[in-house]
Design a protein around this ligand. Sequence first.
Ligand SMILES: [Zn+2]
Length: 310
Amino acid sequence: MQHTLKTATSTIEGVGLHTGATVALRILPAVPDTGIRFVRTDLRVVDSYVPAIYDAVDTSASRLCTMLRNATGVTVQTPEHLMAALAGCGIDNALIEINGPEVPLMDGSSKLFAEAILQAGRKIQPGSRAAIRILKPVQVVDGDKKAEFIPTERPLLEIDFSIEFPGLGSQRRQFVLDEPETFTSEIAPARTFTLRSIAEAMKARGAVKGGSLENALVLNDEDGTPYQGQFMNGWQDEPVRHKILDAVGDLALAGMPIYGRLVTERGGHALTNTLLRALFDRPDAFSIVRDIAGIPISGVEKRLAGAEAH
Ligand SMILES: [Zn+2]
């Protein structure tokens, strides 16, 4: 079954991390099989719709953030935390009205987006829901960074993420995306983090115009402790939880849920997008399965297999 929102969310307004622009957005219901689409309400152009799909990711711009670009060059920057909230809350179809070039960072997490979505409410829609089922391992490596899809029994997305940063050391966490409540309690509130030296260097060259101590967790380089006035959100492993949040958002750009296990070591947005592209280059490594309301996917597959045998 597919899901959209019951009604439009209230307006969410904030500052974009990279552009520093103040932007307002609203998430609206959409018909089945729409997927997630943005519409730039500030532009008077022929095609102001930007699909949130992996092959609309501008890879030349996506080292530090994700940029979506439509065929006519209209862009939406930094969609990942909003995409994570939509995927984490199980929303398949939505239209996002946005009046600027970048999704606002809010507190650096998915919390406010997820709250707005759940407040608007979820609605079941007619029609089966397509999903990507991983059938064979697919791996990408970039220096000491690695990301891999592995098949799983359960029709769910599982994530196993490891990070290593000087000072902070290594953190590893596993997460299973099942109910919206699991996402909102374990992952959605984890904020963007950065080392103080990186934040200062980026500020010095005019990047991250909208970055501040209100929308990111800044950590001291020496020992990974929070910079003055900052605190972990009650979790010592808030950084790796945020990396899982990013991965949920990046994988949502597949255009449908992924049933399989993502294992990532030291990865990030660019590597996750590379892995998605590698997966779609390997038609033998996945299949598109259709979910029918109330019937687990394995049951659907058994019935399909049975139907073929006759
Ligand atoms: Zn992030």
